[in-house]
Design a protein around this ligand. Sequence first.
Ligand code: FAD
Length: 380
Amino acid sequence: MTDSNNTEIPYGRKNPFPATVLEVQVLNGRDSIKETCHIELSLEGSGMEYVPGDVAGVLCENVEEVVEDFLSATGLDGDAVMENGVSLRDSLKTEWDITTMNPAFLKKYALLANNADLNAMLEEGDKDKISNWLWGREKRDAFLEFKPETPLSQEQVLGLLRKLAPRLYSIASSLKAHPEQVHLTVVAVEYETGGRPRMGVCSTYLCQRIAKGDKVRVFMHHNKNFNLPEDGDVPIIMVGPGTGIAPFRAFVEERVALGQKGRNWLFFGDQHLNCDFLYQLEWQKYLKSGALEKMHCAWSRDQDYKIYVQDKIRENAAEIWEWLQAGAHFYVCGDANRMAKDVHQALIDIHAEQGGMSPEDAEAAVKALQKAKRYQRDVY
Ligand code: FAD
């Protein structure tokens, strides 16, 4: 690809690289309700590089049935040819976000649709009611549940849409261990609302619709706030339940490849030991070789009560405190809504209890740890 001056644009966000799929492997066992996939892509010939802690941007495509549903809900003609010679059907598949719902879309749609019920809901301004309606709904639902007064034209509908945005995934590999490759750990987002199954666009594209030999368009994105310590002797504590494990696979691979001697401690969690232990054999190998000094796992649904990584962290408070006193860096990756907040509170409590601090001083100490870049988070 070249720019307006005919200069070659390097592969990156503006010019994603068509990476060949080398592997797609389901990491969960048969009994799991989750589908988490390990995906290997070739970066050969791209010139793209990354370091552990970086993320990969992936461009994805809508599922054909979802495109057909959208065409049928809007009444548009999928065979219509666009200015660039592509059919509307193909354009909706590869270029446009036809699913993600948000308040801005609903407001813009209301102006064109002039539907009495929708206007009443928006005029009433009850934020809870509006967000309850939005939750789990897709754009097509607006067309079906709040029919427009007169059918919208293709131009009007496309004017309501945004371009399909790339999704970000934490990189699960070290280039030193896997030259010219990038690995990802992706959980398929699937749920049901209004009696209809829904699929996350990119996660199901990666887990269910690509196979070895296919091309996936990717770019690398540097994450300056989530990096291994420069000094390879510094101990690290990693907390990564679910797909939060991804960057820590990269961290340990990198430290092993560089022969670094810093101690590594991993906290992992998921639903069940027998079917949700992501990369189990690799961790066992690292524990045996000593590359991983410690690993604690929280299996939330293997007993009557829930156990999460934050519980395991609290159980190990004294030793975590010792590691921190020895200069350890503390990393958290994964769910931002609950896990990261609970782990944050556990870290404050460890400072209070083990360090004999007041709650205020403990909070300030954790803030200082963050400022010193010894407590880093990659949460989403
Ligand atoms: P979309 O089509 O974007 O749909 C997701 C939307 O569906 C949600 O925003 C929500 O509105 C809705 N939704 C989801 N679940 C439900 C439900 N139960 N009920 C109702 N509505 C629901 N993901 C990984 O799997 N692995 C990673 O390593 C990873 N790393 C990330 C790193 C960063 C820095 C960031 C920002 C995100 C990361 N993600 C990761 C998340 C990833 O980018 C995508 O957001 C995720 O895969 C979902 O994208 P999608 O296109 O499949 O879903």
